[in-house]
Design a protein around this ligand. Structure first.
Ligand SMILES: *Cc1c(COP(=O)(O)O)cnc(C)c1O
Length: 378
């Protein structure tokens, strides 16, 4: 059996090793330290925000971001149905209710028209919408101009889930800098990794301070550990921050490699009936985290599952797009406004190997399997 080719594996090498060894030798092991501070400063600078708080995961950033906005029991939080479960889970952690909005077919991002309709309905019914959590799907920033205009009109704060869009932009402004705050993720499969980690990014000094406080067990600044709030153990360790600093120096290079892979797919599928690169029209500002195709099986004469099986036969991973939250058993009965677009993307979409660590021979293997599959089908 050939070696497994994954969709998006960590791209970590000598530079990361040097940074981590240096952190170990510095003696700053137990949890916080100078690499955490430096990583926060470097990320804030890169994204163009005042404050960055390094945390143990993107999910933790979403959770504390919501708490910082005052979200709690009985509140409604409006979010995208087309996302990874972490977005909705974080809302449930606060005991608020997630309300799921469908997406645009071209981008998979929350449909602003549906958002407005949902807010209109919820407000009319006298419900308290405490936050809007839009998601930048697969590394394409949502149209923040539109989303934030709507949010401002209804005076609802935006907490952006930018877990997938680090390095992307909307009209030249970096993803992660919109709304009241943003959550990014450094999980192992993301565009840049600390093996596990995340960050809350914001210009709001109080929100940043509150996040730091809650992330370190809500300790009052006295010697005997006084507590007046429930806290969490959510900070990023100094060793992992060192890994993140090394990754950040390589972010643009890693984005470039992912984009080059997308271009290879684009060439390959250009002449194939019924297949489009998902979100591919207008992707100059995307980070190209994952490249997916959308298959119209009538025009193509095959289903995404057929391609998955063909790739798997050569030990190559591919996966459907996120299964929408409103279709998840755990969220059955959840409210929302859906129009079938997310369902359609889930049925038709397939994500292909997209990682920046793919070697030339991996890339050749993926492309030749795809060419063979296409040739055989047409
Ligand atoms: C990965 C991801 C998260 C969660 O990040 P973790 O660091 O894995 O907790 C949240 N939202 C979206 C959209 C993600 O893709």
């Amino acid at each position: 059996m050939s070696e497994r080719i994954y969709m998006s594996s960590p791209d970590v090498g000598d530079l990361e090793e040097q940074y981590m060894v240096a952190a170990i030798r510095s003696g700053w092991i137990a949890p916080l330290g100078p690499d955490v501070n430096a990583f926060e400063a470097e990320m804030a600078e890169r994204i163009g925000v005042e404050h960055a708080v390094a945390l143990s995961s993107g999910t933790a950033a979403l959770h504390l971001g919501l708490l910082g906005l005052g979200v709690g029991p009985g509140d409604v939080v409006v979010t995208s149905t087309m996302t990874f479960a972490a977005t909705a889970n974080a809302i449930v952690y606060t005991r608020a209710e997630p309300y799921f909005i469908d997406c645009e077919l071209e981008t998979g991002n929350m449909d602003p028209t549906l958002l407005r309709e949902a807010l209109e309905r919820l407000m009319r019914d006298g419900e308290k919408v405490a936050a809007i959590v839009p998601v930048d799907l697969l590394g394409k920033a949502i149209n923040y101009t539109e989303i934030c205009t709507i949010a401002d009109e209804y005076r609802i704060p935006v907490l952006a889930d930018a877990a997938e869009s680090l390095g992307a932009a909307h009209r030249t402004r970096a993803a992660g800098s919109f709304g009241r705050a943003s959550a990014v993720s450094f999980n192992g499969n993301k565009i840049m990794t600390t093996s596990g980690g995340g960050m809350l990014l914001t210009d709001d000094v109080e929100l940043a301070a509150n996040t730091r406080y809650l992330a370190t067990q809500a300790r009052q600044p006295v010697a005997h550990y006084e507590h007046i709030d429930i806290g969490y153990n959510y900070r990023l360790s100094n060793l992992l921050a060192a890994l993140g600093r090394a990754q950040l120096t390589r972010l643009d290079d890693m984005i470039g490699r992912r984009r080059a892979m997308r271009e290879r797919y684009r060439e390959l599928f250009a002449a194939v009936d019924g297949v489009e690169i998902f979100g591919g029209v207008d992707d100059e500002e995307d980070n190209c985290w994952l490249t997916s195709i959308v298959v119209d099986s009538v025009a193509a004469g095959w289903h995404p599952e057929d391609l998955t099986a063909a790739l798997l036969a050569d030990n190559i991973e591919s996966r459907p797009l996120w299964k929408p939250m409103h279709l998840q058993p755990v969220f059955s009965g959840a409210r929302g406004l859906v129009n079938g677009n997310a369902n359609r993307l889930f049925e038709r979409g397939l994500t292909l190997p997209s990682g920046s660590a793919l070697s030339e021979s991996d890339i050749d293997r993926v492309l030749s399997n795809l060419s063979e599959f296409i040739g055989w089908r047409s």
